[in-house]
Design a protein around this ligand. Sequence first.
Ligand SMILES: [Zn+2]
Length: 210
Amino acid sequence: MIPSAYKNSRIPWKSDLCAVCMLATRSKTVEVQLTHGVSVMLCTMHASEEFRTMRSGRDFVATLTRCFRATRSMTRNHERALSAHLERLNRPQRTATRSLPGSYHWKALRNEVEHRAAAGESMRTIVADLRARHAHDVADVPSARTVRRWYHDGRWRENVRTALRKGYHHRDPAKASRAQKDRAHITRLRETHAATARAPASTLAAGAPP
Ligand SMILES: [Zn+2]
């Protein structure tokens, strides 16, 4: 039997297929935003930070190049977006959590936005959630515009996250309001990022061949 999408109960019904897995898509898919107005639907495995940063982005770029070519959908912007992905991951002196120039507040929130964006959440969902969750805080909530700026700055595309403030991990969660407690999936994203970020940095330093 030739594989087909018609009445195929093994592929997801409601969401789009993964651009890489196509008829072999088994998990749910998310829209991954690249630069230059390009986005692509990917399964959780192909959308993961681990895959996107594997061998400094070469796996991701080589794979998507083949996919876009196969569907004859490779445009100039697709080419630019893929080159930008490679370039960002191959600039020297990259560390996973940098203290970046400029003073800004809300480091933990910005860090959360970057982690969620990297995991494929849309800007609209993130902005709405943060605004709603922190609407009752004593301190002023960052404006929707500020959160959108964090999203568009796209530090997460370079596998970078805004550093949490010093001593963040020593907070007493019992004293934080409910909205300010870390949620388990954000903690998980931070841990996964910290674990995967260490590997490429060390291979780069060692000058390992592709
Ligand atoms: Zn996939």
